[in-house]
Design a protein around this ligand. Structure first.
Ligand code: MCA
Ligand code: AMP
Length: 487
């Protein structure tokens, strides 16, 4: 296989910028390659994925070494981290110097990524040692993703899938080494890490990370040379809200080459507000942790609000009805589950052959669980999700079952059910339906939110709590969530 990062040997310009710290390609190579040599004989490595140069360098080093990297959300709570560490069994954790790591990681060796360039007498970075390119099917990243029930599963992503998806996006977005990407996405998920960090590095271009998302940072970077913006719909919603009072933001967006939204549906209202204020249309792409990117509106195609574009090169996509039959491609009314096949797919859920087998239909088609229709010209429109127990909030996928289990571990909770309801900013907000252990002293929303944030992660915390005397159940004892949301 060709190298995953050919530009590491050839590009000279800036590769990464986080705040006021940056690395050129020669500096990145000079730093990541020696770290890769040290990592080569370790097992899996965990990366404490703060939005920092260190995280990017650590992941690149692991990829050069051919050692699978497990990015960890630095805000993960105890039970989530304990699960991930137990399941993925890393031997080492890479972290920014000075960060305090939680007890759940105490059993791992720690290696601080000290971004100090090893220079020669003439001040140039010391040449990087050459490393053999690992085989294409070797696992590159293990990214944890929530399911409807149980704790998150580790999607094993081979090098081949990362290369395939980034090259398909090169074609669809005419993405080159001249592009400068700006974003403020977290580095422990596919969007911010694979697309937003490894994407520019594969092209020999650069990425400027905002540290945390804000419209000022978007204005500053797009106003000073950045060409592309990636974000989740919540970020574009905040941009749409800010635009009427922020002509500089409108000007910066108008000058961008490409504005891309993904991870959840961007509401048509936000599409239209941004187009009206900037003259630019946001394009959407559709992907999943397990499949990386499946479809996109192409840079040379027609932007269409509410549609996620056409299958990317190399991706086969079909819609399948309840009976398992493929729906006719020329019927724009026919709804089916999106199933995909191609080199962009993961290999398995780590330690979960049962879940892996269940995720595929005969013929190697991956069942996404997303329901869609197709416009006559093949544009895909996502219309819903098969599982009502998956919530997309702020672009994060969150399983209701995980939060219910966390809530049930709270002493003030006797019974709990979790649903999502529409939210203009987050897309969906998490609602906890709680039967308190003591009706006269129900646990407060803050109490429950803190409890979930510290066990799982802050983005999984409920934003609303509704108290009930009992949960509606059917004859089988199953909670009837539909009747909850209809109340
Ligand atoms: C609030 N906070 C708390 C609590 N309450 N912390 C602990 N306990 C509490 N009870 C903290 C939060 O951690 C956060 O801290 C701050 O208060 C604000 O919280 P919140 O309102 O939740 O967040 P936000 O700042 O408004 O975040 C909105 C966001 C974020 C920036 C849009 O949701 C986000 O970054 N989303 C991106 C998700 C993503 O990348 N998904 C990709 C996966 P602090 O401010 O310090 O953070 S999907 C994917 O990869 C597929 C392949 C795809 O298609 O892309
Ligand atoms: P995750 O597992 O966190 O990678 O989230 C994947 C899910 O995000 C998909 O199955 C879709 O439901 C959703 N998603 C991603 N991109 C889009 C998009 N552009 N429009 C609608 N939903 C999306």
């Amino acid at each position: 296989m060709d190298p995953l990062f050919p530009a590491l040997d050839t590009a000279r310009g800036e590769a990464l910028r986080f705040g006021d710290r940056s690395l050129t390609y020669p500096e990145l190579a000079a730093f990541a390659a020696p770290l890769a040599v040290r990592l080569r004989d370790t097992g899996r490595v965990a990366v404490w994925a703060t939005p920092s140069l260190e995280t990017a360098v650590g992941v690149v080093a692991a990829l050069l070494a051919g050692v699978p990297a497990v990015p960890l959300n630095p805000k993960s709570g105890d039970s989530e981290l304990t699960h991930i560490v137990r399941d993925s069994a890393p031997t080492l954790v890479l972290a920014e110097p000075g960060t305090e790591l939680p007890p759940a990681l105490a059993s791992l060796d720690r290696h601080d990524i000290d971004v100090q360039i090893d220079v020669q007498d003439d001040g140039a970075p010391r040449p990087a040692p050459a490393l053999p390119e690992p085989p294409p099917e070797s696992p590159a990243l293990i990214v944890y993703t929530s399911g409807t029930t149980g704790p998150p599963k580790g999607a094993v992503l081979p090098r081949r899938a990362i290369a395939a998806t980034l090259d398909a996006l090169e074609d669809a977005w005419q993405w080159t080494g001249d592009d400068v990407l700006v974003h403020g996405l977290p580095l422990f998920h596919v969007h911010g890490l694979i697309l937003g960090t490894l994407g520019p590095l594969r092209r020999g271009g650069s990425v400027r990370h905002l540290g945390r998302f804000g419209t000022e940072g978007v204005t500053r970077e797009l106003g000073s040379g950045a060409t592309m913006l990636f974000g989740v719909p919540t970020m574009y919603h905040r941009i749409a809200e800010a635009l009427p009072d922020d002509p500089e933001l409108a000007k910066a967006l108008a000058g961008a080459r490409l504005l891309v939204s993904g991870s959840a549906a961007l509401p048509v209202h936000d599409h239209e507000r941004i187009a009206a204020a900037t003259g630019r249309r946001v394009i959407e792409r559709y992907g999943m942790t397990e499949t990386l990117m499946n479809t996109s509106v192409r840079a040379d195609g027609e932007p269409r609000a509410g549609a996620v574009g056409v299958p990317l090169p190399g991706v086969e996509l079909r819609l399948v009805d309840e009976a398992g039959e493929e729906v006719a491609a020329d019927d724009p009314e026919a709804v089916g589950e999106i199933q995909v096949r191609g080199p962009n797919l993961f290999t398995e859920y780590l330690n979960r052959p049962d879940a892996t087998a269940a995720a595929f239909a005969p013929g190697g088609w991956f069942r996404t669980g997303d329901m869609a229709v197709r416009d006559p010209d093949g544009y895909v429109r996502i219309v819903g999700r098969k599982a009502t127990d998956l919530i997309k909030s702020g672009g994060y996928k969150i399983g209701a079952g995980e939060i219910e289990n966390a809530l049930l571990a709270h002493e003030g909770v006797r019974e709990a059910a979790v649903t999502g309801e529409p939210d203009p900013d987050l897309g969906e907000r998490i609602v906890a339906w709680v039967v308190p252990a003591r009706a006269d002293a129900p646990p407060s929303l803050t109490d429950l939110a803190d409890h979930v944030a510290s066990a799982l992660a802050p983005h999984k915390r409920p934003r609303v709590v509704r108290y009930l005397e009992s949960l509606p159940r059917n004859d089988m004892g199953k909670i009837m969530k539909r009747s909850l949301t209809q109340q």
